[in-house]
Design a protein. Structure first.
Length: 169
């Protein structure tokens, strides 16, 4: 599974909206500033989220964006699939099953990819924005309390694609 820079920005902006859930709409400029995201790119991402009915826009002086649904109803898988597509390295689960059926010589290899896809999908489908905000999902590594893995360690593992602000630092 690959998460694009756009996917990462979408997750970050949705987490910010989850932190401010029920506090009114938040201007794109404020989201971009607080999350250190490019404002123009964020506009496109939030429009995509709005069209998918995950966020809603509010017009006027106190306008901006806010979550349309509760953070405990929005999963990470839903956000990633919307922005980046299937959660598998070779397409969706159905494509992998087809490869397993059609290519007996490499069946075991494709089965591993399907198992990885299914495990990742299970975690992402069962993890909501609320879980992330509450710290319920802290990862499988047992990092010592008080020690935080740096972004530089985490980001290269999950991000591919264009050069975003964080890549340029």
């Amino acid at each position: 599974m690959k998460i694009s820079q756009k996917g990462l920005y979408a997750l970050q902006s949705m987490m910010m909206l989850a932190r401010r859930y029920n506090q009114g709409a938040i201007r794109i400029r404020d989201i971009a500033y607080e999350e250190d995201l490019p404002e123009k790119f964020l506009e496109l991402i939030l429009l995509e989220m709005k069209n998918a009915r995950m966020v809603e826009s509010v017009r006027g002086a106190k306008g901006g964006y806010q979550l349309r649904r509760s953070p405990d109803e929005i999963t990470l898988a839903e956000i990633i699939r919307l922005v980046d597509g299937p959660l598998a390295p070779f397409g969706d689960a159905e494509q992998l099953r087809t490869l397993i059926d059609r290519d007996p010589e490499h069946r075991s290899l494709y089965q591993v990819f399907l198992d990885v896809r299914d495990a990742a999908a299970k975690i992402l489908e069962s993890t909501t924005l609320a879980d992330i905000m509450s710290g319920k999902r802290t990862g499988s590594s047992k990092a010592k309390k008080g020690k935080k893995r740096s972004e530089a360690t985490i980001l290269p593992l999950v991000v591919h694609g264009g050069m975003g602000r964080r890549d340029q630092e």
